[in-house]
Design a protein around this ligand. Structure first.
Ligand SMILES: CC(=O)N[C@H]1[C@@H](OP(=O)(O)OP(=O)(O)OC[C@H]2O[C@@H](n3ccc(=O)[nH]c3=O)[C@H](O)[C@@H]2O)O[C@H](CO)[C@@H](O)[C@@H]1O
Ligand SMILES: C=C(OP(=O)(O)O)C(=O)O
Length: 433
């Protein structure tokens, strides 16, 4: 198990380019199974989860050329469907959440799919009901073997009207991919509509699918006979961008985030501005100037600000841990309300050990009383519980007095490409030990 050793307190400076989006990559790379023709994908992040999914495709006998580290050409013209029943698949796919999205394309193209218990962050219950019920409504039948393994059969997928129980992101992606080659028309209401789902739909349309309503929560999909090849480029990773904004504010650094894809960031910049962080937009770059103090806004009536997650276009739950850590050095107070996941806030114990003033009200809510830089956090030894808490602890460590050691950094490597090297380039004192 690797660790990061960080000597905190250094102000950083420079430019950083966000990686291609992790959660988009997991959808897009799954979609290559929908055609026997070549699909070229660029701006692929070089991170554990995405590399694992690419390996899984290779083991399914998909041909993969990697002319550059960030580019893959996939061709799924001789897929070994039986691999999905193997123990090797069960084990490997259990290491990431994204593997669940192989099911939709497999059903669409090969009429069967196997879903083992997916991996990903242990951040509370993560049910698959939306996926399975969606497949069932399209005509699939399933067998549940009791150990988290679903076997799905769909000799004949038929378009229908689906009202999703919740706008699950991977659930929506899965159902879209199952429906593109179903007979007739599928309507999905209460669909997730974040930029990565939009990207998936646009790519599928380029492959020959007929999807309308892209960007809304009401999608209409007219089934087609087959799909063809295409090229696709991943958007910049909005969670990484939010993490870099938080990093700059917390460490009083002057950082420019290059080519940030600002039009796809939705409400994210606004939430950081509510914490008092200054953001300058220059073309598609975001400049975060070094700020002595940032002050949390109140609501219009003077009430304490609450920041909470909500399906897109609401604020993503994946940035709440970052917002929380940044608030610890702000002037003012904020209530962080993590509505979607019940086990994502426990990492605040470590921030409290570092000297932050936080009251964990219950598993979903934490009140942060900002220190306003009157007192620095102290470096400590800690372990990264999940990907975003891990980066939040890293940001805390970079701002703290003295040395911190962060263990279990595989969690961070799941989603942040070469993070130690990229931070070193900004002047951070961080090393992998
Ligand atoms: C690989 C991938 O893309 N992972 C992302 C995806 O996971 P994933 O697709 O697994 O997450 P879901 O959208 O299914 O839902 C996440 C959790 O939120 C709950 N929920 C969801 C919608 C809702 O309206 N109310 C509600 O409470 C669900 O019950 C579940 O516990 O979306 C999550 C929510 O943006 C992100 O945190 C994950 O990073
Ligand atoms: C929760 C996340 O990832 P996953 O769904 O892959 O566990 C995340 O990216 O913050």
């Amino acid at each position: 198990m690797n660790s990061f050793e960080v000597i905190g307190g250094k102000k950083l400076k420079g430019e950083i380019v966000p990686q291609g989006a992790k959660n988009e990559a997991l959808q897009i790379i799954s979609a290559v199974l929908l055609t026997s023709q070549k699909v070229t994908i660029t701006n692929i992040p070089d991170i554990l989860d995405v590399n694992l999914l690419i390996e899984l495709l290779g083991e399914l006998n998909v041909k993969i050329e990697r002319p550059q580290r960030d580019t893959c050409i996939f061709q799924a013209d001789d897929v070994n469907v039986d691999y999905l029943r193997s123990d090797a698949y069960k084990q490997k796919s259990g290491r990431l959440r994204g593997s669940v999205m192989l099911a939709g394309p497999m059903l669409a193209r090969f009429r069967k799919a196997y879903i083992p218990k997916p991996g990903g962050d242990k951040i509370g219950r993560r049910r698959l009901d939306t996926h399975i019920i969606g497949f069932e409504k399209l005509g699939a039948s399933f067998n549940y073997s009791g150990d988290g393994f679903f076997e799905l059969q769909a000799p004949n997928l038929k378009g229908t009207y689906l009202m999703l129980d919740e706008p699950s992101v991977t659930g929506t992606a899965n159902i879209i991919m199952a429906a593109v080659m179903a007979e007739g028309t599928t309507t999905i209401y209460n669909a997730a509509c974040e930029p990565y789902i939009q990207q998936l739909c646009k790519m599928l349309n380029r492959m020959g699918a007929k999807i309308t309503g892209i960007g809304s929560n009401l999608l209409n999909i007219e089934g087609v006979q087959s799909l063809g090849g295409t090229e696709h480029r991943m958007l910049p990773d909005m969670i990484e961008i939010g993490s870099f904004i938080g990093l700059a504010a917390m460490t009083q650094s002057d950082i420019t985030i290059k080519n940030a894809g600002i039009e796809h960031l939705g409400i994210i910049p606004e939430k950081f501005k509510q914490l008092g962080i200054q953001l300058n937009f220059k073309g598609d770059d975001i400049h975060v100037p070094a700020q002595e103090v940032y002050e949390i806004q109140t609501f219009l009536d003077g009430g304490v600000l609450t920041i909470y997650d909500h399906p897109w276009p609401g604020f993503t739950p994946d940035l709440l841990s970052i917002v929380l850590v940044v608030a610890t050095q702000a002037r003012g107070s904020v209530l962080i309300h993590q509505k979607m996941f019940e086990s994502r806030l426990f990492f605040v114990d470590k921030l409290i050990d570092m000297g932050a003033q936080i009251i964990l009200c219950d598993p979903h809510r934490a009140a942060v009383v900002g220190l306003g830089r009157e007192q620095k956090l102290r470096g400590i030894q800690m372990s990264s519980p999940d990907i975003r808490a891990g980066v939040s602890l890293l940001i805390a460590a970079l701002s703290a007095d003295g040395k911190s050691v962060i263990q279990n950094i595989e969690q961070i490597d799941r989603g942040y490409q070469y993070i130690d090297k990229r931070l070193q380039a900004l002047g951070a004192d961080i090393k992998r030990i």
